[in-house]
Design a protein around this ligand. Structure first.
Ligand code: FES
Ligand SMILES: [Fe+2]
Length: 434
């Protein structure tokens, strides 16, 4: 590893620099006072200034999951990705590259593209028709001659993009953190066999959760609450996050079944040359990651009531449906499940301090036919239910954080990944404030 996690990524951003000394000292102290092993103080979830700081120090500095290649397969295809005050256009160019442009017209700032996804040639601003090439260059401004200006100075602002194993990441920092290369080397071999370039979107769901983005991420990083997911518990072992000695009596039988299923999964992975080992570096690197391949209950194939496949078409060059779930967590805003028959991507896009967009996308083999190879209702059922349950949990916590009676509570052992997420977050913001 070449990157020191303690090295500052860049100079302190605008907000932090412009903050009155007293406010900066107050916020810096709040971070310093954070009690290890406990949830955060209320302002981390409710204070608009801390939200702005999150946008600057986290979403303004790091690689953010935006979507997958299935969302922009052809030249001209684009998605718009919004978080906090930012809106980005993520566009497939004629050359097959991914361009990321700030969705802010250089004339008077109008949003250039207003749809969440689509296909376009040049980009025409709807307000006064300034027209940009897919590279973002201003190629036409109507009513020429009324003002003299150099078109070259008014290109759409660009940001960075990375495509790894079919996942697309964006970074709006001038200099993106370098250790993403190392993280990409970790996850690429796990995901590549599922070949996202040969998938299509079966369904995409956008939910707005009335909760701070960190509560959405915290909720995802533990299964202590999995009793609240009856549909998911049919296939996902609810012992996730537990270790020997921590198994409650009602889960002992499940634990044994999980162990057996895991060892037979590992044997199959070795046969097919698929990596399955747990790599966990959630707070020990800047591009924090956890990845593993883990068994599913029942038939062990997919997120269905009996663990059976939900699509008849295998992904990529896989030769077996019974591959459990290759699951990945990336800091700061995503998690994924790669199965033999489909892939689910999850991205969290903060709106403000108390609202977040959670985008879930189900991908199937591009030659899978709806109604023939898969039933859309069945394919999406488990995670649609689970997402609604999680939304409710997150919203309960947001309400709690807004109450004067709230005070941070202790994380249980099985919530160690929540702690890792918070460690990561606190370290990153502290570096930014230093
Ligand atoms: S604001 Fe876009 S053309 Fe005027
Ligand atoms: Fe959950």
């Amino acid at each position: 590893m070449t990157t020191s996690v303690n090295a500052p990524l860049s100079a302190r951003g605008k907000l932090a620099s412009a903050m009155p000394a007293e406010q900066l000292a107050e916020i810096t102290e709040l971070f310093a006072l954070r009690r290890t092993g406990y949830s955060l103080d209320a302002p981390f979830y409710t204070d608009p200034t801390i939200f702005k700081l999150d946008m600057e120090a986290i979403f303004g500095q790091h690689w953010i999951f935006a979507g997958s290649v299935a969302e922009l397969p052809e030249p001209g295809d684009y998605i718009t990705v919004d978080y906090g005050p930012y809106s980005l256009i993520v566009l497939r160019t004629d050359e097959g590259d991914v361009n990321v442009l700030h969705n802010v017209c250089r004339h008077r700032g109008a949003r250039v593209l207003t749809e969440a996804a689509g296909s376009t040639g040049n980009l025409v601003c709807g307000y006064h028709s300034w027209t940009y090439s897919p590279e973002g260059n201003l190629i036409h401004a109507s009513a020429p001659g009324e003002a003299k200006f150099d078109k070259n100075c008014f290109a759409l602002k660009r940001a960075h993009s990375r495509e790894v194993a079919g996942l697309i990441f964006v970074c709006i920092a001038d200099v993106p953190p370098a250790d993403f290369d190392e993280t990409a080397k970790i996850f690429e071999p796990y995901l590549a066999p599922h070949d996202l370039s040969k998938t299509k979107i079966a369904y995409q769901q956008n939910i707005i959760e009335e909760g701070n983005w960190k509560l959405v991420m915290e909720n995802n990083r533990e299964c202590y609450h999995c009793d609240g997911h009856p549909e998911l518990a049919c296939s996902l072992f609810p012992t996730w996050g537990l270790t020997e000695g921590l198994i409650p009596a009602h889960l002992e039988e499940v634990w044994d079944r999980n162990k057996e299923a895991q060892s037979s999964l590992e044997e199959r992975c070795r046969r097919y040359g698929l990596p399955y080992e747990v790599v966990e570096e959630l707070d020990t690197r800047i591009a924090g990651i956890r990845i593993s391949r883990e068994s599913l209950d029942g038939e062990g194939e997919s997120f269905s009531a009996d663990g059976r496949r939900l699509s008849k078409k295998l992904l990529g060059d896989l030769r077996d449906f019974r591959l459990g779930r290759c699951s990945m967590h990336l800091q700061p805003n995503s998690w994924f499940h790669f199965l033999g028959d489909h892939v689910i991507t999850f991205g969290v896009f903060p709106i403000n301090e108390h609202q977040s967009l959670v985008r879930t996308t189900w991908l199937v083999a591009d030659d899978a036919e709806e109604g023939v190879d898969y039933d859309l209702e069945k394919l999406t059922y488990t995670w649609k239910q689970t997402n609604l349950q999680d939304k409710a949990f997150v919203e309960l916590c947001q309400q709690g954080a807004a109450s004067p009676a709230y005070e941070p509570g202790p994380y249980m052992k099985s919530e160690y990944q929540v702690e890792a997420f918070i460690n990561w977050y606190v370290q990153r913001v502290q570096e930014h404030l230093a």
